[in-house]
Design a protein around this ligand. Structure first.
Ligand SMILES: [Zn+2]
Length: 301
């Protein structure tokens, strides 16, 4: 039994095939073509090359950005790949060309699925993953399956209004989807950088702010501390809707110094009761979790 995953990013498609114990056998990467016909053809071609690499017809799962219906045929918000908004039944087209069922889900949901099976969420029943990066994404996995919802947007925590928002959270960046300050508006990488700039006048990338906080600079520490309180407020929305066994943080901002310690401390301030057992932990699988999760999704049929 072999499992192929495709991870469609902003500019590239990564594909890999895994054996039945999850060992990656081959990985390939291609740039995303400009129109749907070429895109479909490339996805088919990549799956067939991975079939050849493992010598079998592997199961197929696909992860990609945006809100994607459970059947993989409707795309509600795919900023990077505009031609997918034109109503192409992507999963059905792939199924027809490849003569096998194909599953498609949001990449954050796929990453959470991989973490639930093989990473920080192993053994937990309800796992919620949050990505803190250029954007803020999320996904829920319950009993080993992605919770998709009617449109596929279950777990899109970035576009929930920040709970308990107050002056201490600063000014949110505008979001093209949301009328008022959403979690992404407060907690994206750009929001953190803006906050630091408002305080110091220095316009720096997140990694530099993290380094300044790590070396004890007061302004950076103050911004990181406020950011972590914001993350805890965001997690309170997750706690009271999904009540997960574990919350897994991934993405570029998870490198902020003391993030997990601060968030685990503050999250109790916004929970219904103080002695909650839920732990907020770091993802274990790294940047390939979306690819691996896509393969697991395909295997689930
Ligand atoms: Zn938003």
């Amino acid at each position: 039994m072999y499992a192929t995953g495709l991870d469609i990013g902003g500019t590239k498609i990564a594909g890999a095939v895994y054996d039945n114990v999850g060992t990656e056998l081959t990985r390939i990467i291609e740039p995303i073509p400009k129109d749907y016909a070429l895109f479909l053809q490339l996805c088919v071609n990549m799956v067939e090359r991975l079939d050849q690499a493992c010598g079998a017809k592997a199961s197929v799962g696909i992860g990609m950005p945006g809100v994607i219906s459970r059947d993989g045929n409707t795309f509600y918000a795919v900023a990077n790949i505009p031609f997918l908004r034109d109503g192409h039944p992507f999963a059905d087209d792939l199924t027809q060309h490849l003569q096998r069922s194909v599953r498609v889900a949001n990449d954050g949901q796929c990453a959470t699925l991989a973490e639930a099976f093989e990473g920080a969420g192993q053994g937990a029943n309800t796992v919620f993953g949050i990505t803190l990066g250029t954007g803020v994404g999320g996904g829920a996995v319950v009993n080993g399956h992605i919770i998709s919802g009617r449109h596929g947007m279950a777990g899109e925590i970035g576009h929930v209004a920040l709970p308990h928002a107050s002056a201490e959270d600063g000014e949110p960046l505008p979001c093209k989807y949301c009328p008022t300050g959403c979690i992404e508006g407060y907690l994206s990488g750009a929001a953190l950088a803006k906050r630091y700039e408002r305080l110091t006048g220095d316009n720096l990338p997140v990694a530099d702010i993290a380094a300044r906080a790590g070396s004890g600079e007061q302004a950076a520490l103050q911004v990181v501390d406020a950011y972590c309180r914001g993350v805890a407020k965001a997690i309170s929305a997750v706690l009271h809707t999904y009540d997960p066994d574990i919350v897994i943080i991934s993405g570029g901002l998870s490198v902020l110094p003391n993030l997990l310690r601060l968030v685990n401390g503050y999250v109790r301030d916004y929970a219904l009761f103080k002695d909650i057992e839920t732990q907020v932990v770091a993802a274990k699988l790294g940047a390939l979790s979306g690819l691996r999760g896509a393969a697991i999704l395909g295997q689930q049929g």
